[in-house]
Design a protein around this ligand. Sequence first.
Ligand SMILES: NC(=O)c1ccc[n+]([C@@H]2O[C@H](COP(=O)([O-])OP(=O)(O)OC[C@H]3O[C@@H](n4cnc5c(N)ncnc54)[C@H](OP(=O)(O)O)[C@@H]3O)[C@@H](O)[C@H]2O)c1
Length: 279
Amino acid sequence: MKTRPPITTALITGASSGIGEELVRQLILHPEWPNLQIIATARRMDRLEKLADQFAPGKIIPVAADLCDPADRDRLWAFVQTRFGHLDLIVNNAGFGTYCKLEESDPEVVQKILAVNVEAVIDLTAKSLAWMKPRGKGQIVQISSILGEVGIPFSATYTASKHAVNGLVRSLRSEIAGTGVAVWAACPGQTVSEFREIAGQNKATIRGKNAEPTQKVVAGIVRGILRGHRQPFLYPTWKPLAIAYLAWIFPRLWDMIMIRHGRKFAMDDLPEISETQPK
Ligand SMILES: NC(=O)c1ccc[n+]([C@@H]2O[C@H](COP(=O)([O-])OP(=O)(O)OC[C@H]3O[C@@H](n4cnc5c(N)ncnc54)[C@H](OP(=O)(O)O)[C@@H]3O)[C@@H](O)[C@H]2O)c1
C-alpha cells in the first residue's frame, strides 16, 4: 500500500472563524499528524491568538494579514518561508460574499470579494506551487462552494468567484499532473459560520435554516486531506453532492427549477431582499 506523505507544516487562511477555525482544530487534534504546525491567518489577530492559546505553544502560529492587500500576502508568504522552510499543505479558505441584487452591488465590495475569493487564491496557489513542485510533494486545497458548480439568486458575484476557483482547479490539475503536488477544491453547501451575518450585513433575518454543522462539514474536508483526495472536487456532505449530481445529470431540469423556484429558496433566507422581488 502507498504510504501517505506526512504533513508537518500547513498554512490555513480565514482561520479566525467558521470553517477555517474548525479546520485548524481538527487538523491539530488529528492522530495522523502529531507533529503538525499550522500558520493560521486572518485579519482578526485576537481571535487567532485565542485559538492558538488552546493548544501547546508553537502548534498554531497566528499571523494577521488582509488578503485583499498584495503587500500583506507577500509579507505572509515571506513569514511562512522563514518559519517553515517547506510547506506540506495550504488551505485557501478565507472568503466572503454579499446578498443583494447584482445591479445594487457596491463596486468596492465586488472588488473585495474578487480580491479575497479569487485573486488571493490564485496568488497563494502560485506561490505554493513554486515552492512545492521542486520538492515533488504538497497539497493545495481550495475551499470553494457548491456555488462553484451551480448558481442561486442574489449571490451573483460570490457565485462567479467560486466558479473561478473551480476553473482554476480544473486547469491546474492537468498542468501539474505528475509533479507530486495535488490540487483540489472542497465544495460545501450551507454551513454554520459567520458567513451569513457578513453576507447579509448583520440582518437578523438571515436564517440559514438548512446550514449543516461546521464540525460535520470540516470532518469531510479533513478526510479528503487525509487520503490526499484524487478528484478535482470534494463534496464534504451529501447535500451539496446531491445538488451537484442533479445539476450535472439534468442540467435543463436544474435550470428550470432555479428559474421557477430559485428566488423562493433564496427568499426563505432573505425576506428583506425578496420584498421587492416579483413572486
Ligand atoms: N458558510 C457557508 O455556508 C459556506 C458554504 C460554502 C463555502 N463556504 C466558504 O467557506 C470559506 C470560509 O467561510 P465561513 O463560512 O467559515 O465564513 P466565516 O465564518 O465568515 O469565515 C470567513 C473567514 O475569512 C476571513 N477573511 C475574510 N475576509 C478576509 C480578508 N480580507 N483577509 C483575510 N481573511 C479574510 C475571515 O477572517 P477575518 O474577518 O478575521 O479577516 C474569516 O476567518 C469561504 O471561502 C466561504 O466562501 C462557506
